[in-house]
Design a binder for this molecule. Structure first.
Ligand code: HEC
Ligand code: HEC
Length: 398
């Protein structure tokens, strides 16, 4: 019961938010949680199960130190020389470090004030309250993000992350910072925070790739900088993969509207899309999918550990693993769409899929390949949109 309450907990009121900041400050002694980035023991443990705990800790520390040379510490982050500038270091420094103001009275330490409770100092998704939340806060270190305008396997754009921070992720604990009135420099604050999310994601992914190299006994010379250059480039390239959804609106006559909904329903129930297999015939999330997300599969299934068997996964707890939780298919009748509830948002989710989750990108009809046509996708969006109150109310008012 208690856990259920926490799972639905979502702060959207500025007063409640001040209380939350105070409470988490008291909980963590009003001091920064830690001044170092935590090493990624879990990743190495999952790659090298024959290693002893001592060897795992040592390898993780070794990678952490290499990354420290490139990216610095939470109090003084830096950017490696000679690679693409995928972040603005000034902005990174505004978000990192201790909470306070600089001489020009500009607020600093934004990440430590607003994000570490959930995302942790290292961006590993393991802040002091994380274990109580469902879904768990994002671990940025896989460099993988769900709600974006780019295909699976590509980084989100800067604008995608700005949107997530401003609007939050409805139905999860991730707050909508737009409504929390951070400060009068709101747009700059969000911009600086996004630069820091990118920084933490890049730093974390470089560390992960180094650990993979260590586990595979790859030659080390100059490796950290080469990896950092690759990861930084992948972030800079994101914009070129971004797609713009078409402007979507309901049909103008009610006969056309019902015809579109009928067609959309057929697409939803079809074998080809399998939407209803996961989301249930009624779209209420009661389908058959019992799958986990990639953040969980990464240290369980990939490592030969069954996430449904505690006897198998519990040995990973000492390296920082949280209890595996099923990534359930969305109940679309609630109208809480994490990536946004406009038709255009729903279109992007369907066309691109949700990276890191079991939700695939739809098969599109191309040449002779079987798949759903562009019109079919638009009908499907209309149908999904109509399943929730938000959609139903707006369909009436249209
Ligand atoms: C009360 C807890 C909480 C706080 C505070 C919080 N987040 Fe989150 N955040 C979450 C949760 C939970 C998710 C994961 C939701 C999901 O998996 O769908 C998340 C996801 C994210 C994502 C990933 C979005 C994606 O597309 O995958 C980003 C980026 C993010 N948060 C940034 C931030 C930043 C920056 C701050 C501080 C300004 C912050 N969060 C504060 C709970 C929180
Ligand atoms: C293999 C199972 C699976 C299939 C097939 C599937 N989904 Fe999903 N879907 C999911 C899961 C799991 C989530 C939740 C992902 C998350 O946020 O972690 C989801 C989320 C969604 C969302 C919510 C997006 C948001 O912003 O919150 C929509 C809309 C959606 N799916 C529509 C569809 C449609 C339409 C189809 C068919 C074309 C489909 N899904 C097929 C598993 C599936």
């Amino acid at each position: 019961m208690f856990l259920k309450k926490i799972a639905c907990f979502h702060i959207s009121d500025p007063k409640l938010y001040s209380l939350w900041l105070l409470a988490t400050c008291v909980l963590s002694g009003c001091a920064p949680e830690e001044l170092t980035y935590r090493s990624n023991e879990l990743h190495f443990a999952s790659l090298s199960q024959e290693s002893t705990p001592q060897q795992i800790v040592e390898s993780a520390l070794f990678a952490q130190n290499s990354v420290l040379e490139l990216f610095g510490t939470p109090d003084s982050p830096k950017w490696p020389d000679g690679i693409t500038k995928a972040v603005d270091l000034e902005k990174v420094m505004r978000s990192a470090g201790p909470v306070g103001r600089n001489q020009a009275k500009v607020e600093r330490g934004l990440y430590r004030k607003h994000c570490i409770q959930c995302h942790g100092t290292s961006g590993d998704g393991k802040g002091p309250v994380s274990a109580l939340l469902a879904p768990y806060p994002r671990d940025f270190r896989r460099g993988s993000f769900k709600f974006k305008s780019t295909p699976i396997g590509k980084k989100p754009t800067h604008a995608d992350l700005v949107r997530t921070l401003e609007n939050g992720l409805p139905g999860t604990a991730m707050p909508a910072f737009r409504s929390l009135k951070l400060s009068k420099d709101f747009a700059e604050d969000i911009d600086a925070l996004v630069h820091y999310v990118r920084f933490l994601a890049i730093r974390g992914e470089v560390e992960r790739r180094l650990l993979t190299a260590i586990a595979n006994e790859v030659d080390w010379t100059e490796l950290p900088l080469q990896i950092a250059a690759k990861v930084a480039d992948s972030w800079v390239a994101a914009d070129s993969f971004s797609i713009e959804p078409p402007k979507l609106s309901p049909a103008s006559t009610s006969a056309d509207k019902s015809a579109a909904l009928e067609r959309g329903k057929t697409v939803f129930l079809s074998e080809l899309t399998a939407c209803s297999k996961c989301h249930g015939i009624a779209g209420d999330g009661k389908g058959m999918s019992q799958d986990f997300d990639d953040w969980t599969k990464d240290w369980t299934i990939r490592a030969g550990i069954d996430p449904t068997k505690k006897a198998e996964w519990k040995s990973m707890k000492k390296f920082g693993a949280l209890k595996p939780v099923i990534d359930s298919s969305r109940n679309m009748t609630l109208g809480a769409f994490r990536g946004g509830g406009n038709r255009e948002d729903i279109y992007l989710r369907i066309v691109l899929g949700i990276e890191g989750s079991p939700m695939p990108a739809i098969a599109r009809k191309e040449n002779d390949n079987p798949g759903v046509t562009e019109e079919g996708i638009r009908d499907l969006v209309e149908y999904i949109y109509s399943l929730s109150d938000a959609g139903a109310n707006s369909a009436q008012s249209n």
